[in-house]
Write a protein that binds this ligand. Sequence first.
Ligand SMILES: CC(C)(COP(=O)(O)OP(=O)(O)OC[C@H]1O[C@@H](n2cnc3c(N)ncnc32)[C@H](O)[C@@H]1OP(=O)(O)O)[C@@H](O)C(=O)NCCC(=O)NCCS
Length: 168
Amino acid sequence: MKSELHQRAFLSVRKLLQEKGYTDFDLEYDEFGKPHLNDGNHISISHSHEFSTLIISNQKVGIDIELQREKIIKIANKFVDYEFEFLNKQNQENYIKKLTVIWGIKESIFKICNEIGISFKNHIQAKAFEMKDKSGRASLHFQNKTELFSFHFEEIENFILVYVFEKQ
Ligand SMILES: CC(C)(COP(=O)(O)OP(=O)(O)OC[C@H]1O[C@@H](n2cnc3c(N)ncnc32)[C@H](O)[C@@H]1OP(=O)(O)O)[C@@H](O)C(=O)NCCC(=O)NCCS
């Protein structure tokens, strides 16, 4: 493995799995790099700097952890469209937090669906939310299908953790 950080990320996932009663042998990856558990439960994994997180559920689930960075403002146009209707650029601190949540929602939905051609900007919409809500709704509109999701988020230090479930 390339870096010490990468090695730590790998080991931390194995440690987290162990805490939930799984071993490395229970985890498999498909050809897209998506992780699967061999007992039928769903799993999703994310890393950011020194943090690793994973979620295990009997429902389809995606997770993402991201450091809050000012730089996200510069790339907002690449992954935000519909959400600009409710985002307020004047309050920069809140704007960065909400953009980071939106990015996490879209990454999480991508991790659930994992289909080539999904565009964060054009195909995934997060409905209006406030930071205090810690949850909300989102949807994927792709290839004449609409799928609904619920998202949940929290701030951990200066990171944002987001996880998303497919709505039944
Ligand atoms: C696959 C992808 C979602 C991984 O996200 P990331 O931010 O690079 O990294 P994260 O730390 O959040 O996630 C890494 C984990 O994702 C999981 N993962 C990798 N490929 C995956 C896939 N195709 N589906 C679901 N999960 C995947 C792995 O479990 C990995 O952790 P592990 O190697 O320790 O097991 C990302 O690389 C990707 O392809 N995103 C879509 C790109 C895109 O459309 N961008 C548009 C920007 S406008």
